[in-house]
Structure formats: structure tokens, C-alpha cells
Design a protein around this ligand. Structure first.
Ligand SMILES: Nc1ncnc2c1ncn2[C@@H]1O[C@H](COP(=O)(O)OP(=O)(O)O)[C@@H](O)[C@H]1O
Ligand SMILES: [Mg+2]
Length: 234
């Protein structure tokens, strides 16, 4: 689905990604793990065209991305949910969701909204409420729902679990798992919370100081004591 080949990105003298290569397979959740500063956000920003790579290639469904601008991503079937759960707090939940459909090149259909409300019932129940009334977990659902409004085949998620209670994280990850199973969606899930991410992911890639140090089945990574202690913090 998504293949990175020797991708390098820097900020001036800071080499944030160094020769990163891996594949995220179709219909799977691929977790990108690593400590704070490992290069996870830079990886997502480079894939979605918000950050320019120094070298290397990115292929989405066999199509080379490279110089594609970030605002064309929805048309390519990719949606990026950045860190921080940014929603427009003065708009309602439904209005926020509609914004997510704008990049799609056609009017938002009731069925697009219903699909999100089926997935996240709480958003449907409160569709007319202002987004500022939502809890952190509900906001995370809203930003994921907003991304789904663009009809992506590949979803990029940056630290969705950050600051949420374990119960809420489990709920959101279960929904993601369901979405992958029902819709064949492919997910690139960036997480510092390696334990939770590996429990939902099919595959995992571990970054350390911008380099890939492990790339394997999620279960294999979770069973590797040395790796867990050295890089995953659990
Ligand atoms: N805008 C920026 N300017 C300069 N350095 C940056 C910038 N963003 C990130 N970095 C540096 O790049 C490295 C990787 O950061 P980042 O991709 O945010 O890691 P992570 O998401 O894994 O915490 C870090 O050393 C960080 O300090
Ligand atoms: Mg980050």
C-alpha cells in the first residue's frame, strides 16, 4: 500500500530521518514506534507532503509521491490526522465533519456522515453540539471521523492515544481495528505508547534517532524483551 525507500528528512543540521525504508501493507495497521524525538511525526509529515524529503522515495499504491503537495492527498486516498486533536471548537461536531469532506471533490452526502456516526455513536448523538464541549477522547474520535469524511484508503495517525485514559485508548483502537476489518482501510499508526499500539497493530516499525532499528510482526516485536527495554519503554 505504502512503501518508503531510503527516506531522509532534515531540519537544517538535524537529521530527523535517515534512510528509512519499510512497507505498510494494505488492510493492515502498521505501527511506527519510538521515543520522543525518534522522528515519528517527521515521518508522517514527509509522507503526507507537509515536509520535504532530502532524498528517498515514497510510493502509494505503486504511485510515486515525492513532490505531491499536501492538499492533493485526499484525492490520492490518503488522510493525515496530526498530533494534538485540533478541531474548530466554535463549530458543531457535524460542521467539523463536513470540513473533512471538502477535499473530496464532491458534495458531502448524508451517507458519508452516517458512516462516521455508525462508527462513533457518541458523535452522532451530539452532532449539533459545539466541538468545545467534547472530552479528549471524543475529540480524538472527531478528528479521525473528519479524516474518514475524505474517503481515504490510507489513514495516517499521529499519537492518537496521547493524554487519554487507557480505557478510552482501548476503545479508539478497537474501533480502528473494526474499520480495518470492515472497510479494508490501511493505517499507519504513530505511537510512543508502544504497548497499546502493538496490541492493535499487525506490523511494527521501531525508529531510534531517525533510523529503523526493527521491522517485524507486532507479536514478534512485543515478545522481544531486549527491544522492548531498549526502545519501547515497557
Ligand atoms: N520544526 C523543527 N525544527 C527543527 N528540528 C525539528 C523540528 N521538528 C522536529 N525536529 C527534530 O527532529 C527530530 C525528530 O522529531 P519528531 O519527528 O517530532 O519526533 P517524534 O515525533 O518521534 O517525537 C527531533 O530531534 C526534533 O527535535
Ligand atoms: Mg511526534
Amino acid at each position: 500500500m505504502l512503501t518508503l525507500h531510503e527516506l531522509s528528512t532534515s531540519y537544517g543540521p538535524v537529521k530527523a530521518l535517515q534512510q528509512v525504508s519499510f512497507t505498510a501493507r494494505e488492510g493492515e495497521i502498521t505501527a511506527v514506534l519510538g521515543a520522543n524525538g525518534a522522528g515519528k511525526t517527521t515521518l508522517l509529515r514527509t509522507v503526507s507532503g507537509l515536509q520535504r524529503a532530502d532524498s528517498g522515495t515514497i510510493e502509494l499504491e505503486g504511485r510515486r509521491l515525492g513532490k505531491v503537495a499536501a492538499d492533493r492527498m485526499p484525492g490520492l486516498g490518503m488522510a493525515h490526522v496530526p498530533e494534538g486533536r485540533g478541531v474548530i471548537t466554535e463549530l458543531t461536531i457535524e460542521e467539523n465533519l463536513r470540513l473533512g469532506g471538502l477535499g473530496r471533490g464532491r458534495r458531502v452526502q448524508p451517507a458519508d456522515l452516517d458512516r462516521v456516526y455508525d462508527l462513533f455513536a457518541i458523535l452522532g448523538d451530539r452532532r449539533a453540539a459545539l466541538a468545545h464541549t467534547l472530552s479528549g477522547g471524543e475529540r480524538q474520535m472527531l478528528v479521525i471521523g473528519r479524516a474518514l469524511m475524505a474517503g481515504p484508503r490510507m489513514l495516517l495517525l499521529d499519537e492518537p492515544s496521547l493524554g487519554l485514559a487507557p480505557r478510552i485508548v482501548a476503545q479508539i483502537f478497537d474501533l480502528l481495528r473494526g474499520l480495518v476489518q470492515s472497510d479494508g482501510l490501511s493505517v499507519l499508526l504513530v505511537e510512543q505508547n508502544a504497548r497499546s499500539a502493538l496490541s492493535v497493530a499487525d506490523h511494527g516499525v521501531v525508529l531510534n534517532l531517525g533510523r529503523v532499528v526493527a521491522d517485524d510482526d507486532a507479536a514478534t516485536l512485543a515478545a522481544d524483551d531486549q527491544l522492548r527495554h531498549a526502545y519501547l519503554g515497557f
